[in-house]
Write a protein that binds this ligand. Structure first.
Ligand code: GRF
Length: 204
């Protein structure tokens, strides 16, 4: 099976997939990496691994040009006929313009716990009820709200932001002296394992 990865940043989760692939422990093959940002280090990681890398620059944040960008992005991705599309730190929201071309094939990593029922709270394994954190600043939100625990979620992507059926979730403690960086790194350590496991479960 063919896997396309969309990212905007460092791509350490992409690297986890590539490392698993190199070790013969991935139930698919990353065939394409696409970014909206030319400087995304994830593109370099793809090139280092001999994998096709494409930069599809965002033409406008909204309006007809934005839709054109999504169509162009979808066109590039479609060339590789992926069985699975992983949003691994892709910081753009995809609309039905993109999603309708790849029904049930797009999954997203989110660095916080999302509810399985689409609600606004999550009950942790120890029975604590915490707010569901959505948006682009959820690691900082977990610290600001002094949550004792946060985590990460992998979910199917629907047009509703940070929603859609949950595929996997893991809890991560928030420590008293955590900074956004230290907490995000602890979350990402767990995310890298979870993305490989989840891709294998979906494609295996
Ligand atoms: C991850 O925390 C992911 O959940 C979020 O962006 C981060 C990507 O990290 N959406 P990296 O670029 O894979 O290192």
């Amino acid at each position: 099976p063919s896997i396309a990865v969309l990212l905007s940043g460092s791509g350490s989760n992409l690297q986890a997939l590539l490392d698993a692939q190199a070790a013969g422990e991935l139930a698919g093959e990353v065939t394409l990496v696409v970014s909206d940002r030319a400087q995304a280090y994830g593109l370099q990681r793809a090139l280092n691994a001999g994998i096709a890398a494409a930069h599809v620059p965002l033409s406008a944040p909204r309006g007809p040009l934005r839709q054109q960008w999504e169509r162009r992005l979808a066109g590039v991705v479609a060339c590789f006929e992926p069985d699975l599309i992983v949003l691994a730190g892709f910081m753009r929201v995809l609309s039905p313009v993109f999603l309708e071309r790849f029904p049930d094939k797009v999954i997203n990593q989110h660095p916080a716990l999302l509810p399985t029922d689409g609600g606004d709270t999550v009950t942790t394994s120890s029975g604590i009820v915490i707010p569901a954190l959505r948006g682009a600043h959820v690691v900082a939100d977990a610290i600001r709200l002094k949550l004792p625990v946060t985590g990460c979620t992998i979910h199917r992507v629907t047009p509703r932001v940070d929603d859609g059926p949950v595929l996997a979730r893991a809890e991560v403690p928030v420590l008293p002296d955590d900074t956004v960086e230290s907490l995000h790194e602890r979350i990402k350590t767990v995310e890298r394992r979870l993305i490989v496991e989840t891709v294998n479960r979906l494609l295996g």
